[in-house]
Design a binder for this molecule. Structure first.
Ligand code: FAD
Length: 368
């Protein structure tokens, strides 16, 4: 006979763990099912580790709302739980006059999204703040920061476990079906089994759509298409010349090759953007020349040989090349008609920043 469990959260990335924590802390019985032999080894370990301010996202979108709300609660959470982080601030830089209108738009959109601390920097103010950066103007976002994402996940998991949740590693969910009084999940791995759950949260990241398609009874037309876009990071040898995170004025679907600093003070550049057909983290070293060119537009002091290949991350996309990046797609029973099921699709940036707010949002969807 199948085992009965109250809630299953599928996927132990930063979002799945935040949701598991939220459900467990509300008194629900929770099991986190994870394919890998450790938590947080995919997108949650392959990102910029930036606590985003919430500047770029469309007015009223989930990305804007959950990022701005999530940022506040994340800072409070990190302080209370000793998660290593730093409110280092970021500067978006216009490298020539043609980018000034774009820079102004960022500031306006950030203000619409609720940021009241953005500061326009004239050329001399920018030069005083970041002497190595070339630009005609900038916007300072003081509330942008950096975070140890592994430490954050460990803290979420610890909270969840303290409230009775368990983490089942090497437990890939292979399929599911609606039973009439719950959702049955077939879990593979060494000890394969079937469990029947009142609540299932599909937080499988890059695999969320593939998994949803294997849940018999879930209307397939509610599942978005699957696309992937890879981003590479190069690290800078030697001491960092920057005091803040530095971002260019970039395109529609991507923030541009930017500077992030890690908590050890090391500097990395990335991610770039390329559509790919399959999940493959292989680093393509042919991108080096494009990186030098993009970085030298705002950091002309970059010397040949200073960039070293770092790592890659893959964005879980739900829109095709050439189209505008849509909002997070978080579907509850009201959207697909299946009681007790939430699917999270397209959880790219700013998913890490928004994780606590996403968890509250999912909790509310399930409570409705
Ligand atoms: C290049 C890049 C840079 C980014 N930078 C930032 C940033 O600076 N700031 C920010 O806020 N956000 C950033 N993001 C976004 C952020 O990293 C993601 O939103 C977040 O990590 C997604 O977490 P997740 O839990 O949804 O996915 P994941 O971390 O991918 O976790 C999903 C988990 O599900 C598991 N899984 C998959 N299928 C199954 C199955 N069938 N059964 C069981 N388990 C399964 C996987 O093994 C995985 O562990 C970035 C993203 C990318 C790609």
């Amino acid at each position: 006979m199948a085992e009965r469990i109250d809630c299953a959260v599928i996927g132990a990335g930063v979002i799945g763990l935040a949701i598991a924590r939220r459900l467990a802390m509300s008194g629900r019985e929770v099991v986190i099912l994870e394919t890998e032999d450790a938590f947080g080894t995919h997108t949650s370990a392959r990102n910029s580790e930036v606590i985003h301010g919430g500047i770029y996202y469309a007015t009223g979108s989930l990305k804007a709302r959950l990022c701005v709300a999530g940022k506040q609660t994340l800072y409070q959470y990190c302080a209370a739980h000793n998660v290593n982080h730093q409110r280092i601030g970021k500067v978006i830089v216009a490298t020539d006059e043609t980018q000034l209108a774009g820079l102004k738009k960022y500031q306006q959109q950030g203000e619409i999204n609720g940021l009241d601390d953005l500061k326009w920097l004239a050329r001399d103010e920018l030069a005083a703040l970041e002497p190595e950066v070339l630009g005609v103007a900038g916007v300072l976002s003081p509330s942008t920061g950096i975070i140890d994402s592994h430490g954050l996940m460990l803290a979420y998991l610890g909270d969840a476990q303290l409230h009775g949740a368990s983490l089942a590693l090497k437990s890939p969910v292979e399929s599911g079906r609606l039973t009439g009084d719950g959702i049955a999940l077939n879990v593979g791995g060494d000890e394969s089994m079937t469990i029947v759950c009142n609540t299932v949260v599909n937080s499988a990241g890059l695999h969320a759509q593939a998994l949803a398609r294997k849940i018999a009874g879930l209307p397939p037309e509610t599942i978005p298409p699957t696309y992937y876009a890879i981003g590479h990071y190069y690290t800078l040898t030697g001491a960092t010349p920057f005091r803040h995170l530095i971002y260019p004025v970039a395109g529609r679907n991507w923030l541009g090759v930017h500077v992030t600093l890690d908590l050890g003070g090391r500097c990395k550049f990335g991610p770039d953007f390329a559509w790919i057909a399959d999940i493959d983290y292989t680093f393509d070293t042919h991108r080096e020349a494009a990186f030098y060119e993009a970085i030298r537009r705002y950091y002309p002091g970059l010397q040949d040989g200073q960039l070293q290949p770092g790592y890659t991350g893959i964005r879980p996309k739900i829109h095709s090349p050439g189209t505008e990046a849509p909002d997070f797609m978080i579907q509850g029973p009201q959207d697909h008609g299946v009681k007790g099921l939430v699917n999270l699709y397209g959880m790219e940036s700013p998913g890490l920043t928004s994780s606590l707010a996403i968890a509250d949002y999912v909790y509310d969807l399930l409570a409705d």
